[in-house]
Design a protein around this ligand. Structure first.
Ligand SMILES: Cc1cc2nc3c(=O)[nH]c(=O)nc-3n(C[C@H](O)[C@H](O)[C@H](O)COP(=O)(O)O)c2cc1C
Length: 174
């Protein structure tokens, strides 16, 4: 399951997550696009009044069914993109399951800047294990527009090797 952690239709993190997923040649890839969701902002009030949105329970079911989550995080003001945060907050309210259901995860980030979303990636590395993520590898792509081509993928050889190393380690363990 490949997820761009952003509600932008043209998300660079969506592009990176989908690119990474291609290296799992034998897998059936589920692409989950947060920008296509139409769910209210999470609040206790909305939960009480509106109940759990079907799109959220569908997301949770996809997590439950997957063998691996590939998630690339957008960084907005050093933190999570609001669309991802909203989805995660809703999903965390489904009873009797952990948000990521102990699934193996490759956690990534990218941004147009030189840090490549390292702040949000670090934050998620600390938080997600408490939410049931089994983080098996991480990767950050700096300077997205210098290092990624939307048709070819990662164009920087060193960074591509780094990602491939992360992926091959995971392939042996899932
Ligand atoms: C509100 C806002 C805040 C941002 N904050 C950061 C930031 O803290 N660090 C960063 O590297 N880029 C930041 N950016 C630039 C994003 O990295 C850039 O928009 C990127 O395309 C987001 O990923 P996405 O395309 O997957 O949504 C910000 C962009 C916006 C619109």
């Amino acid at each position: 399951m490949a997820i761009g952690g952003s509600n932008s239709q043209n998300s660079i993190n969506k592009a990176l997550a989908y690119f990474a997923a291609q290296f799992f040649e034998k897998a059936i890839i589920t692409k989950f696009d947060i920008s296509s969701l139409n769910i209210p902002i999470y609040s206790i009030d909305n939960e009480t009044i509106l109940g759990m949105p079907l799109e959220v329970t569908n997301f949770a079911s996809l997590i439950d069914e997957t063998d691996l989550i590939i998630l690339s995080l957008a960084e907005n003001n050093g933190s999570f993109n609001v669309g991802l945060k909203n989805l995660l907050d809703w999903t965390s309210r489904i009873k009797e399951r952990k948000l990521f259901n102990e699934k193996p995860m490759i956690l990534m980030s990218t941004s147009p800047g030189p840090r490549g979303g390292a702040t949000v990636l670090d934050s998620a590395k600390n938080i997600f294990p408490y939410l049931g993520a089994d983080i098996r590898g991480t990767f950050s792509l700096p300077n997205f527009y210098q290092n990624f081509d939307f048709n070819k993928g990662i164009t920087n050889d060193e960074l591509l090797e780094e990602l491939k190393t992360v992926i091959s380690k995971i392939k042996t363990s899932i």
